[in-house]
Design a protein around this ligand. Structure first.
Ligand code: GLN
Ligand code: ZN
Length: 767
């Protein structure tokens, strides 16, 4: 009996970004809907064939999407808010409008909210449900794609988001009377019969298996949902008795949930042994007395490292011993959508480095090879090659940079703390610059104009010399400084024109990172990023930003704010190493940034902002793990920033700022000034600062930069007044927008900031 191999999902972009390009061309009106669908169909076939060629037996279908798989789910089950349902749009345009908004031919629809998919950097479209939601099959995409594969001679296993996870990820729609207390999960009873109908259609179409994704099972929210899971899966099993259900969990551990999950009437359970290898014993114990098959998520769907076959085979053998061969499947840990398509398109990586990696296509082959090895097939050559490669990687890791490790080992506890407490620092800072109350500043970037992007790309291609490019950047900085002086901003920034991306820019200058040409990973819709890869110990060979900040400072007598991305954010937006902990990697980054912070201070830069939007978004999926994570994450920020004298003002910026449960850690950052997004969220987020007796300075965002709208003076006055009410112990607050301005145009930026300065001046009279 051979052990089967499975892939839980695959990237959607296409090896040459075909899908991204076609979608964007369609949105720009350059190709027709038919042309877009033709590309999509070709790509679906390609994906199936790729997986087949790599030797994978259980091949997914329906996981392909033109925008987002949760949006697909919403569309299929008719979870379409009224404003979209009623708009005069084609089916395809309605679908896209829900994901990305629509502003054409008199139809003006804002996109639905996006949210991060568990702890990945993929964003899904949040469904809006309400008591009036009428679930029905609005389309049959999963069936259509199953049949499409079947016609091409490929039997697939359709993939569906599970009904409970789908509802847990949603929120109350605008038409719900009491939105605050509405529980999307209360609609489960209405959704399940329709879901069952879909399964029945899949069965009628010839499907024998289906993969139902319930990643919520690795989170705390599902601890008390045993009954809901039981009744749901009983109903689904009844609706399509001929379909074998694999219940897929990923990104974390089931913990106690495994006890009820193992009793569900499904045929297989999939667990993630890449992110949560320690759960194996508990899972085996729960599954053993049942009939369940166990699908082992051994090949990572989240990183880009080559699988260590010997280690995977050892784990799998344990499962085979406990359950027998016929009850084990070898699989990717999650969908491979979070990895790039193929290594084959990387021509610039050296052969040694390339040999460390595995992207989606190569990972598919790994899954197949592990399954074959366990089934006794002769794959010795592959195992030998893998061992050689893993050994080489381990050797490289072992002596990558002893001096960095040494430095980290020698870090003294005192290096995590500023020299004095905040009140003393504040007094020292006031002596350097006598800033007015309600000081105005911005979050760092100014508009990244077409001209800036063009100059950068010309410089990369060699069409613009580095000297010319740097002159160009200096001009940009000069006009940003002149502008800020002219409208009377108090703490200036240089505007970040030199940065391609807030994380990549630093990775490119640090030792220990490598970059790819084509390793695109989906962030949302057609937006893909190419995360830097941390391959070894991290250090800073030379100052990274000092010349730009110093230049900006040389143009003005006003205080300049240096701008850095924090260690947690750089780490979180990169592919981390797998051989050392994230903590170690983060602290290495922190030491590198510490040198930069000190160099900026020594160059006479008064304020230094270290952005950490990813601290909050990086919270582990289970709350018991939060403290351990926040301890090293906050320590890393402190290590990066605490090297300066009292007179240097350390700022930090967070985008979304729900700090309720983690406030003690935010306090521990001990930044002199924290700026947070507060223009869209309600004041409760700010009240948390007051409730915890926060005394350092705060800059709640006064207007939303995500929209081109220019905020009026009056609305910002009102908002500032509300902020002051929510923060009664603050004598004054910093007056700033809620995030960087890089995505905005200059016209609206100028108008908005002029209004903002006027509001600060008003506040100085008022309070
Ligand atoms: N300093 C960065 C900027 O202004 C901050 C961006 C962010 O918080 N995402 O662009
Ligand atoms: Zn931000």
């Amino acid at each position: 009996m051979a052990i089967a191999s499975a892939a839980l999902g695959f990237p959607r972009i296409g090896a040459k970004r075909e899908v991204k390009k076609a979608s964007e061309a369609y949105w720009a009106g350059k190709i027709s809907a038919e042309e877009l669908q033709k590309v999509a169909k070709e790509q679906r076939l390609q994906r199936w064939q790729t997986l087949q060629q790599q030797g994978v037996e259980i091949i997914p279908s329906g996981d392909f999407t033109l925008y987002d798989h949760v949006l697909d789910f919403n569309y299929t089950f008719n979870i379409i808010p009224k404003r979209f349902a009623e708009a005069k749009l084609s089916a395809l345009d309605r679908y896209f409008a829900m994901g990305r908004g629509h502003q054409k031919d008199g139809v003006d629809l804002e996109a639905q909210e996006m949210q991060k998919w568990f702890d990945s950097n993929y964003h899904y479209i949040k469904s809006e449900v309400s008591s009036s939601t009428e679930f029905r099959l609005n389309d049959t995409k999963p069936v259509d794609e199953f049949l499409e594969a079947k016609e091409a001679g490929i039997q697939t296993r359709p993939v569906l988001v599970g009904p409970i996870t789908a509802l847990l990820l949603g929120k109350a729609g605008r038409d719900e009377a009491d939105r605050a207390s509405f529980e999307p999960l209360s609609l489960l009873g209405k959704l399940v019969p329709v879901y069952g109908e879909l399964l029945k259609k899949l069965q009628e179409a010839g499907a024998t298996e289906v993969q139902i994704d319930e990643p919520s099972l690795v989170m705390d929210v599902t601890a008390n949902l045993a009954k809901e899971y039981q009744s749901t899966f009983e109903a689904l099993a009844q609706a399509a008795p001929g379909l074998k259900i694999t219940l897929a969990t990923y990104f974390g551990r089931l913990d106690k949930n495994v006890e009820y999950v193992a009793k569900l009437p499904v045929s297989a359970l999939h667990v993630d042994l890449d992110r949560a290898p320690d759960q194996l014993d508990q899972v085996l114990a729960a599954v053993k007395p049942t009939q369940l098959k166990l699908s082992l998520g051994l090949v990572s769907g989240r990183n880009i490292w080559k699988n260590d076959f010997a280690a995977s085979i050892a784990i799998a053998k344990k499962a085979v011993e406990a359950l027998g061969e016929d009850r084990v499947v070898v699989a990717s840990s999650s969908s491979l959508l979070h990895t790039p398509v193929t290594l084959a398109n990387e021509s610039r990586l050296s052969a040694d480095v390339k040999d460390w990696f595995s992207f989606a296509t190569e990972k598919a082959a790994e899954v197949a090879t592990i399954a074959k090895a366990l089934s006794g097939a002769d794959v010795q050559a592959a195992l030998d090659a893998n061992k050689k490669s893993i050994d080489a990687r381990r050797a490289f890791e072992k002596d990558s940079d002893a001096s960095v490790r040494d430095r980290l080992n020698k870090v003294e506890p005192a290096m995590y703390d500023r020299k004095s407490a905040f009140p003393t620092r504040k007094a020292a800072q006031d002596k350097v610059y006598d800033l007015p109350t309600f000081p105005t500043t911005t979050i760092g970037s100014f508009p990244q104009t077409k001209e800036i992007r063009l100059a950068r790309s010309k410089n990369t291609k060699g069409e613009l010399s580095t000297e010319e490019y740097e002159k160009f950047l200096e001009n940009e900085i000069k006009s940003a400084v002149d502008f800020q002086e002219a409208i009377d901003i108090d703490i200036l920034v240089h505007g970040e024109p030199e940065r391609n991306d807030m994380s990549q820019y630093f990775g490119e200058q640090l030792q220990g990172f490598v970059f790819t040409e084509n390793a695109w990973v989906q962030s949302y819709g057609s937006r893909y990023v190419r995360p830097p890869i941390i391959v070894s110990d991290v250090s800073r060979p030379h100052p990274m930003t000092v010349r730009w900040s110093s230049y900006a400072q040389s143009l003005t007598k006003r205080p300049m704010k240096g701008m850095l991305t924090g260690p947690v954010t750089i780490l979180n937006w990169s592919f981390p190493r797998a051989d050392v902990s994230k903590e170690v990697q983060c602290k290495q980054l922190a030491l590198a940034l510490r040198d930069e912070v000190c160099d900026l201070a020594n160059a006479g830069i008064f304020a230094i902002q270290v952005d950490e939007p990813a601290i909050r978004e990086g919270l582990p999926l289970r709350q018991v793990d939060w403290d351990a994570y926040l301890t090293w994450a906050v320590d890393s920020f402190k290590l990066a920033t605490a090297g300066v004298e009292d007179k240097t003002q350390i700022h930090s910026h967070f985008c979304y700022s729900d700090f309720g449960l983690i406030f003690e850690h935010i306090k521990r950052l001990d930044a002199d000034v924290i700026s947070v997004e507060a223009s869209k969220s309600d004041l409760k987020l700010l009240e948390v600062f007051h409730k915890h007796g926060y005394e350092n300075l705060i800059g709640p965002g006064l207007y939303d930069i995500h929209s081109p709208r220019v905020p009026s003076v009056q609305e910002m006055k009102d908002r500032l007044a509300a902020f002051m009410k929510a923060l009664p112990s603050q004598k004054y607050i910093f007056v700033n927008p809620d995030c960087g301005l890089k995505t905005r145009g200059w016209a609206e930026t100028k108008a908005a900031l002029e209004n903002l300065v006027e509001v600060a001046k008003w506040a100085r009279q008022q309070y």
